[in-house]
Design a protein around this ligand. Structure first.
Ligand code: UD1
Ligand code: MG
Length: 384
């Protein structure tokens, strides 16, 4: 058994090294191509105005100028930011992952569904950036997007029952079959949309995705040392190959998207990022741990519910409000974690707000590991 475990780790060194090299290449290729594409997107009218640096009046004047088709004034030129750079890093990511899978000798059939789902969701995000798709269609389309992954799913279809509940259930595992697949689709749809609604402040979309991506990578590496069968080893290996290039291209995007943003990531990135994280979690069968890594997004989703269901009014943008005199952001009274943080810690500069979200995301990752490896030991007998 000992020898088999060692063999699993040894076999994983090569694919992981190849994915790491492609992650670095992905970073440099993204750094090379983001600047020229910024200009092209701008020429194609794919840009947005930076809400947290403008007043309502400025935005109204901007909309008028945009509709009239006249040349922008210098003030407007400074305020518009090319949008949807996710399509660039997403494309580079797909090339890097395919190359990594081929060079690492991972059978493509093991990753087919994962790669297809990521590609479909990237496309859906880009279509949304260009056509502004309505929420209900986005939800329906993201269910279809998750299907290639779910059809190739090879993990368990039962849930482990916590020790205190076993007397009632009558066994240690509960088979829930197709319902488990429905749950996995829901995880995919949730991850994608929850990153997209924790957004609107410079750097926050990429920042949160990078922290979850790195935490997921660490989790897979730790698990690889513990697992003792071939199938599970392979699943973690595929997840690592999916995550490493994601981290590389996201770092490059972060450089352009952090405060003050020179590019906006667009729904192409938020959809792509959420899907990569979900797909890695489902492929390597750690959806529950993944949800622990999404604690800030779950909190944001829960406090967003009254507005998402239109129980209270939901404006097009729910970002905090900018106070020009003090150059800080304040609670705009929309139900988001950004506003909640401003309520708790007081008004703050945009850059600081993003940093607070990132620190909170890191703290939640540590908490997730604590729950997964320590607290789970109280209700399950084997917590590798
Ligand atoms: C989601 C949120 C919306 C939020 C928006 C910000 C819900 C239901 N929807 O909508 O409340 O306002 O994301 O991305 O919660 N922008 C900035 N600064 C940034 C990033 C984006 O001003 O750092 C603005 C730009 O005008 C950009 C626009 O947000 O053009 C992009 O919004 P979009 O991604 O289309 O919004 P949604 O995803 O529909
Ligand atoms: Mg968005």
């Amino acid at each position: 058994m000992e020898q088999e475990i060692l063999h699993g780790i040894e076999n994983s060194v090569r694919p992981i090294s190849i994915a790491a090299v492609l992650s670095v290449i992905g970073y440099f290729v993204s750094m090379r191509f983001i600047p020229p594409v910024m200009q092209i997107l701008f020429d194609r009218n794919i840009y947005g105005i930076d809400i947290n640096k403008t007043t309502v009046e400025t935005r109204q004047q901007f909309s008028k100028a945009r509709k009239s088709g006249a040349e922008f004034s210098d003030t407007f030129k400074k305020l518009v930011v090319p949008e949807s750079l996710g399509i660039v890093v997403g494309g580079i990511y797909l090339c890097a992952v395919l190359l990594a899978l081929i060079l690492a000798g991972v059978p493509l059939t093991k990753a087919n569904g994962a790669v297809t789902t990521i590609a479909v969701m990237l496309l859906l995000g880009f279509v949304d950036d260009v056509l502004d798709v309505r929420w209900r269609y986005k939800l329906i389309l993201s269910v279809f997007g998750a299907m290639p992954l779910i059809m190739g799913y090879e993990g368990a279809l039962s849930v482990a029952v916590p020790i205190p509940l076993r007397d009632y259930i009558g066994s240690a595992f509960l088979y829930i079959g197709p319902l488990y697949l429905v749950y996995l689709v829901a995880v995919c749809v949730f991850c994608t949309n929850s990153i997209n609604i924790l957004a609107g402040v410079n750097g926050v979309e990429v920042g949160q995705s990078l922290v979850i991506g790195i935490a997921s990578l660490v989790y897979n590496l730790v698990q690889l040392r513990h697992v003792d069968d071939q199938t599970t080893t392979e699943q973690h290996r595929v997840a690592i190959v999916l995550l490493l290039p994601f981290i590389g291209v996201s770092f490059a995007l972060w450089k352009f998207n952090r405060y003050p943003s020179r590019v906006f990531v667009g729904d192409s990135y938020t959809y792509f990022a959420g899907t990569v994280l979900a797909v890695a979690g489902i492929t390597a069968v750690y959806s529950k741990t993944l949800l622990l890594l999404f604690i800030p997004q779950i909190i944001n989703f829960v406090i967003s519910l009254p507005q998402l269901f239109h129980i209270i009014e939901c404006p097009r943008h729910r970002v905090p409000r900018w106070i020009p005199e003090r150059n800080v952001l304040t609670n705009s009274r929309n139900g988001t974690i950004l506003n909640a943080l401003l309520m708790v810690f007081g008004d703050m500069h945009e850059r600081r707000l993003t940093n607070v979200v990132i620190v909170f995301q890191i703290v939640c990752s540590v908490l997730a590991f604590y729950i997964r490896y320590v607290l789970a030991g109280l209700v399950f007998e084997r917590v590798v």
